[in-house]
Design a binder for this molecule. Sequence first.
Ligand SMILES: NC(=O)c1ccc[n+]([C@@H]2O[C@H](COP(=O)([O-])OP(=O)(O)OC[C@H]3O[C@@H](n4cnc5c(N)ncnc54)[C@H](O)[C@@H]3O)[C@@H](O)[C@H]2O)c1
Length: 344
Amino acid sequence: MSTTRTQKAACYLLKSLSSPLLRTTLSSRSQQIRRVTTARHDANTLARAGWNAALGPQSERTLQQPKRQAHPNVGNKRFLDFDLAGGVYLVTGGARGLGLAMAEALVEAGGKVYCLDRLDAPDDEFYEAQKRTLPEFGGELNYAQVDVRNTENLDDVISGIADKHQRMDGLIAAAGVQQVTPAVEYGIKDAMDMMDVNYTGVFMSATATARQIIKYQCRGGICLIASMSGVVANKGLPSPVYNSSKAAIIQLAKNLAMEWGCVQDSGTGGIRVNCLSPGHIVTPMVLENFKEVPGLQETWERENMLGRLATPDEFKSAGLFLLSNASSFMTGNNLVIDGEHTAW
Ligand SMILES: NC(=O)c1ccc[n+]([C@@H]2O[C@H](COP(=O)([O-])OP(=O)(O)OC[C@H]3O[C@@H](n4cnc5c(N)ncnc54)[C@H](O)[C@@H]3O)[C@@H](O)[C@H]2O)c1
């Protein structure tokens, strides 16, 4: 629209607003605001200052465009919304497999990343990833041995990392275990052990991280690794507690998102929490399942539309998306990436 036409539209709207007829028709200021917000977008932008003056401070707040927490240099460089430079991130279960692949993505984007895992030392692939990481990325790939069931230690390690860098920006909670056992044979201890890692461990990792994000008022992103098994039963694999633990994670993400999303007057909040639900990925966990159940690999390959299983690196971009500014209006969501296993 040309400037003259836009100005005319703005004037028309301003006149309409101040006309006595319209004033008597609209019973309250809030009704005026609702009416005004249906106006054409271009005219709305130009007329905003005028309306604000006409309607007073209350409506000024209603009509202002919300400010997005965009990267300050967006537009000067490609994909700056994905830039994590200067940020500090945690990845539980990051010694290998999916967690490690996602950690590497955060480092490539410039993040200082700490993989927290119960293993004494990470797999060889961790050191290979460390070597691949170029210094010019500005990121770091670090390792600390932490069992997510040891809440006190988990909290100490996470607060130590935050205090060292004077910030905390996000978490990928990927630590998880699987147990293949038919339901009637599942003992209480096994069920509790599974939930301790896959549910309580994830919950405690998220709260320990959130406390630091809140302390340092960084805003931030949290990605809980659920699974498509949180919404379907896996054909050929009796794992009732694992699947239930993943369903619980999908529900947990919504609750944390609700509690931590809004930015408060104190400057805290602004933490987005989402789930990532992968389909079948070839990782050490799944290779173990293939040993336990003959023919499982072939069954699973047939069960999605791509006719193959995923590799961990196919989830790198999803992790980066969920932790970066690129997903700034997404929270409480469950991003399912499963080769469309669950679509038919
Ligand atoms: N592989 C798949 O097909 C698949 C699919 C959907 C979801 N997932 C989920 O992805 C996540 C990663 O799984 P993966 O396939 O890479 O398995 P993996 O076994 O290769 O990796 C899991 C990591 O978690 C760590 N871990 C386990 N218990 C821990 C604890 N108590 N404290 C700290 N670390 C602990 C392990 O040491 C391991 O390094 C898990 O949450 C899993 O449920 C995997």
